[in-house]
Design a protein around this ligand. Structure first.
Ligand code: GLU
Ligand code: ZN
Length: 292
């Protein structure tokens, strides 16, 4: 019998503000998924998008995780310390003609609206440009633990996506693939808002010769107006004054049905119960979860 591979999961918040209920929901789900399999749970700070970083966020995120008993393994990884590594992988793709310069303005957000223009037009290195990855007509299929089979057709030039932005920031899609590989992450639990990014990331993994991790996309919490809780919708930071009540509430939102008898139990007791009873299937085929 081959030895069972240790599960390595991670939580990768961006330091754009304090954690809100939506981000904690994902944090707890990924913690329970790793711990219930005796796996490792890593913490990475996705701090590349410097214009969006807010001072003090990292300290506040660490403090919240600590209060909630969500202790990670090993040190904290910071994407901002991996720039040489990203550049190395970009150089590899450049040398193999997978990337090209794109001078288009970002008037139309989202690569869906990109015309494919620069793939066949020379953009001089001297003018501000992004780097785009060439996609092929290529079908990406993956079996998400909760969302089932996901199929996405990359369709050539129109799907070419940015790996390095015009402002020189390494794009999320690219950094996340390199980092998850460096950290040997083999199971990714994150919100369904990133479901459409996953095929792009799998495509990149294939080009870079990386194995594809297992994916577990949990529902995203939406407010009464149907918007995802995020800093943009001004979701308030969670109140950590009563960590036990907060964990209880999150377990309830994760449909784990914590027993009433555990009301007021310590954070450690609650987490021990949750690890022992974790059943992510309760979240199957659900992409959003409405609160209030
Ligand atoms: N840093 C990303 C975010 O805060 C999450 C990255 C990921 O889980 O792949 O949305
Ligand atoms: Zn262009």
């Amino acid at each position: 019998m081959p030895e069972k591979q240790t599960v390595i999961g991670r939580f990768a918040p961006s330091p754009t503000g304090p954690l809100h209920l939506g981000s904690l929901y994902t944090a707890l789900a990924s913690f329970l998924q790793a711990r219930s399999q005796q796996g490792r749970w890593l913490l990475r700070i996705d701090d590349l998008d410097t214009p969006r970083n807010r001072p003090g966020s990292v300290a506040s995120i660490l403090d919240t995780l600590d209060k909630l008993g969500l202790h990670w393994d090993g040190g904290i990884a910071y994407q901002s310390r991996q720039l040489a590594c990203y550049q190395d992988k970009l150089d590899y793709l450049l040398q193999n003609h997978w990337l090209y310069r794109c001078g288009c303005s970002r008037k139309m957000p989202g690569s869906e609206n990109y015309s494919g223009h620069c793939r066949n037009h020379h953009v001089s290195p001297g003018i501000p440009h992004a780097l785009r990855l060439k996609t092929d007509t290529w079908q990406v299929i993956f079996d998400d633990l909760l969302q089932g089979l996901v199929t996405e057709q990359l369709s050539g030039p129109h799907s070419d996506f940015i790996v390095k932005r015009k402002d020189h920031v390494i794009a999320y899609q690219f950094a996340v693939v390199v980092d998850d590989h460096l950290q040997q992450v083999n199971e990714i639990v994150r919100g369904c808002d990133l479901l459409t990014s996953t095929p792009k990331q799998i495509y990149l993994q294939q080009l870079l010769g990386y194995p594809t991790p297992r994916y577990v996309h949990v529902p995203v919490i939406i407010d009464r107006y149907g918007f995802k809780l995020s800093k943009q919708t001004l979701a308030t930071a969670v109140d950590t004054h009563n960590p036990s009540a907060l964990i209880f509430n999150l377990l309830d939102l994760l449909k784990q049905q914590p027993p009433k008898a555990l009301t007021g139990a310590s954070v450690t007791e609650l987490l021990n119960w949750a690890v022992a009873h974790w059943h992510p299937e309760a979240l199957k085929n659900t992409q959003t979860l409405s609160i209030s």
